[in-house]
Ligand binder design. Structure first.
Ligand SMILES: NC(=O)c1ccc[n+]([C@@H]2O[C@H](COP(=O)([O-])OP(=O)(O)OC[C@H]3O[C@@H](n4cnc5c(N)ncnc54)[C@H](O)[C@@H]3O)[C@@H](O)[C@H]2O)c1
Length: 165
């Protein structure tokens, strides 16, 4: 977003941005459900999963929910088999789960917070990709989608940017 000015156009853009913020995972799931994909829904928050699953059910798309922390190596390694049992071999992996750390300057960012962001936003998708690759490679056509941020293209000393290393 550019600088906000007091014109109707700018306000509309701003409110669109606010509405678009958050819940990408549910939006992706709903679009795929509309296209009748079978969906393995993954989140570490049970309530979020239940909400999304309910919306997907309403569209009559087959789905299964998995409560899982993407930074938990053991759980991630076990996921492809669990998905296969519930829905069959996966054709698509969407790495969307991610966190944005507190907006602080790099000098004020604790190493603990930085490691946590790396574990969820980088190591998590890497482990998921490696876990699902053998199955994906066995499919005639398969896709991996990694959700990141335009912020990855911006340098700077504000630690906000490090959420999308
Ligand atoms: N919203 C934006 O404008 C924006 C901008 C840039 C990048 N992104 C990226 O888009 C993706 C989705 O963001 P969003 O805005 O929908 O955020 P969101 O917080 O609404 O969704 C993120 C989801 O990931 C889940 N999650 C977080 N940590 C997890 C973990 N360790 N294991 C499993 N699940 C976990 C959360 O429970 C949540 O449901 C993220 O990767 C984010 O970095 C979003």
């Amino acid at each position: 977003m550019g600088t906000l000015r007091r014109s109707n156009g700018a306000s509309r853009k701003s409110s669109c941005y606010n509405r678009c913020w958050k819940r990408h995972g549910s939006r992706i799931a709903l679009e795929l459900a509309r296209r009748k994909a079978k969906l393995a829904l993954v989140d570490f928050r049970k309530e979020t999963l239940a909400e999304t699953s309910k919306m997907v059910d309403a569209l009559d798309a087959k789905n299964a929910s998995f409560v899982l922390d993407v930074s938990d190596a053991k759980a991630v390694l076990a996921l492809p088999e669990a998905v296969k049992k519930a829905l069959g071999e996966a054709d698509v992996l969407i790495n969307n789960a991610g966190i944005i750390q507190p907006f602080v300057m790099a000098k004020d960012l604790s190493l603990e917070d930085a490691h946590h962001v790396m574990n969820v936003n980088f190591t998590g998708p890497l482990m998921l990709t490696k876990a699902f690759l053998p199955g994906l490679i066995s499919r005639p056509v398969a896709h991996i989608l990694n959700v990141s941020s335009l912020k990855q293209r911006v340098g700077g000393i504000k630690a906000t940017h490090s959420f999308c290393f």
